[in-house]
Design a protein around this ligand. Structure first.
Ligand SMILES: C[S@@+](CC[C@H](N)C(=O)[O-])C[C@H]1O[C@@H](n2cnc3c(N)ncnc32)[C@H](O)[C@@H]1O
Length: 268
């Protein structure tokens, strides 16, 4: 009920407050009247998910991560790294160790949606074959914070949209990592584009992903990405999209914890 009222308020503001609506269009969500602007974002997100407008949904999800609400995420779930990454999800890192042994030519590490940088730091410390480690995130505040926290390391951090960044990144021998739910904020078309262009431009290349998928997503049958969960982020058919782009799946595991997770390693 509370959610419906918020959605109704967002709809009213979207239609009757053109100044606020314009600011949201421009990605200016915080500051004065931030609460009202967030209602508009939430309304537009639900509307885009309900109507199947993937591009509009993608835009609202990016607005969310660039805003102060995105900032709150990094300190709100301190157990993520220890409990999930070093705990339940760690089999994917052990599988990565086996794969990297066979591919010494993989020497650059790029983590997209790196958040607080803990995963990037761990992978860079554990696998000495990387001579470069870059973390990319849409949220400029966490990137600024990472630059201070990791000042005495060789880790690099860039504030960018991962799709744009990877389109212009030149270099080969890359391990691309997406951990804890990042590709879920990209549309299927963007992901297809990314898998195809990255394979062609950066080969040899590997990908390690740990991404949420909808509980009722049929991994054997479904080939189309669709919004799921309270965020309305995209549940993707990762295997299908990677294989269609010519990648080989080296490791795959599905885990059902608080969320349903896809753990995957692919190479090209
Ligand atoms: C669920 S958080 C995961 C953060 C981190 N990987 C972790 O597990 O703690 C998603 C992260 O992806 C980032 N993100 C979302 N869309 C992005 C995009 N298009 N380009 C770059 N980063 C993005 C967000 O800013 C956020 O830091």
């Amino acid at each position: 009920m509370k959610q419906q009222l918020k959605c109704l308020a967002g709809s009213v503001l979207h239609h009757l407050a053109p100044n606020l609506s314009r600011e949201v269009d421009e990605g200016c969500i915080d500051g004065p009247q931030g609460k009202l602007k967030r209602l508009i974002v939430d309304y537009r997100t639900s509307r885009a998910a309900a109507s199947g407008d993937a591009n509009s949904l993608r835009k609202q999800l990016a607005h969310y991560w660039k805003s102060a609400r995105g900032d709150e995420f990094y300190d709100a779930y301190p157990e993520r790294f220890e409990k999930w990454f070093l705990g339940d999800h760690y089999p994917v890192v052990e599988a990565l160790a086996d794969q990297l042994k066979k591919r010494p030519e993989i020497h650059r590490l790029i983590e997209v949606g790196c958040g607080d940088g803990k995963v990037l730091q761990h992978l860079s410390d554990r696998f000495r074959q990387f001579n470069t480690a870059i973390g990319i995130d849409l949220n400029s505040n966490i990137i600024e914070r990472n630059r201070e926290v990791y000042d005495d390391t060789s880790l690099q951090f860039e504030s960018a949209d991962l799709h744009e960044f990877l389109q212009s990144y030149l270099g080969s021998g890359i391990l691309l990592v997406s951990y804890g739910g990042v590709l879920e904020y990209l549309t299927q078309t963007e992901l297809e584009d990314l898998f195809a262009s990255f394979k062609n431009l950066a080969s040899p290349v590997m990908l390690m992903l740990v991404e949420p998928i909808a509980l009722n997503f049929d991994l054997a049958q479904e080939t189309q990405s669709r919004p799921h969960g309270i965020e309305n982020s995209f549940s993707h058919p990762h295997r299908h999209l990677l294989e269609a782009a010519g990648w080989t799946i080296q490791f795959e595991e599905v885990q059902e914890l608080e969320h349903r997770w896809m753990l995957m390693i692919a190479s090209a």
